[in-house]
Structures are given as structure tokens and as C-alpha cells.
Design a protein around this ligand. Structure first.
Ligand code: CMP
Length: 145
């Protein structure tokens, strides 16, 4: 089934964005929108609001606001689960032992600095795409320029 998902390259992996985009397109997906943005703390907290009670929330927000990120709309067959499969496990050490070819194994650092994000469901994808690429109203997070 053709799906849309939100793929986000995190600050640690922005220097590797070319390789990550190549992996996405070589897998057969299409990148239909992309923007580089520097998230404010409020924006990062809103994006990750489902994790606000977690012990790692503050570290996550500090990391996600430490430099620009690249948000992309990715379209393709089973794009939601397919992009997450390409990402590999959340923790990069686990990724390196279980799925050495995955994006997180190749480009991530640890459990927080894990190179990239993917929506976990069709509903999350709709919310997260609207966050970065609003269909009406404002333009979303400001461009880094
Ligand atoms: P992501 O897939 O973007 O979703 C939530 C993020 O929180 C996750 O990637 C990691 O960056 C971070 N995260 C998730 N679990 C942990 C954890 N146990 N410890 C530290 N950071 C985590």
C-alpha cells in the first residue's frame, strides 16, 4: 500500500544527509519534500510531546535543538514500516550488532544521538508531516537561513 511518512535526519547525521537520502531512494522510496530547520525548544518539545514524562526527554530536547535537522516527506509502498526497517533499532549499539547495514548502525552514535527518526504509524506520520509541512496557515518551523 502506498503510504507517506516523515523521515527526519537528526543533528548528528546532517553531515551524512547525502548518504541517507541515497539509501532512501535506492530502497525505492521517493523524497517528495525536504527542509532544513533549526527547531526551537518549544517546537522540539511539541514534536516529541508523547515522550515528555520519559527520563531521557531533557537530553532528547537538548540534542534535537543542538543544530539543524532535515525533515522529509517520503512516499512509497509501506513507507511507514519500510523506513523504520531501514533505520534499524532505536539504540545504535543494538543496531550495529543486529542490523549492520541500517542507517542507525552506519551513522548513529548511541541511544539518543541515533541519526534519524521515522513516524511509527500512519496516524503519527499525518501529525508529523503536518508539523513540518503544514497544509494551511503558517509555514511551520523557520528555515535555517
Ligand atoms: P526517535 O525514534 O526519534 O523517538 C524518540 C527518541 O528519543 C529516540 O528516537 C531517541 O533519540 C530518544 N530515545 C528513545 N529511547 C531512549 C532512551 N532509552 N534513552 C535515551 N534516548 C532515547
Amino acid at each position: 500500500k502506498k503510504e507517506k511518512t516523515l523521515a527526519m535526519i537528526k543533528p548528528d547525521a546532517v553531515p551524512k544527509m547525502g548518504s541517507i537520502m541515497e539509501s532512501i531512494t535506492e530502497t525505492g522510496f521517493t523524497i517528495t519534500r525536504a527542509k532544513m530547520v533549526l527547531l526551537s525548544r518549544a517546537e522540539a518539545m511539541d514534536f516529541y510531546s508523547e515522550h515528555q514524562a520519559k527520563s531521557f526527554f531533557n537530553d532528547l530536547i537538548n540534542f534535537m535543538t543542538s543544530g539543524p535537522i532535515v525533515a522529509m516527506e517520503v512516499i512509497g509502498d509501506n513507507a511507514v514500516s519500510g523506513w523504520r526497517k531501514l533505520l534499524g533499532p532505536t539504540n545504535c549499539s543494538v543496531a550495529r550488532s543486529e542490523t549492520p547495514q541500517s542507517i542507525r548502525a552506519r551513522f548513529g552514535t548511541d541511544g539518543t544521538k541515533n541519526a534519524a527518526h521515522g513516524s511509527d504509524s500512519i496516524a503519527s506520520a499525518a501529525r508529523e508531516l503536518e508539523f513540518f509541512f503544514p497544509s494551511s496557515g503558517g509555514r511551520g518551523p523557520k528555515n535555517t537561513a
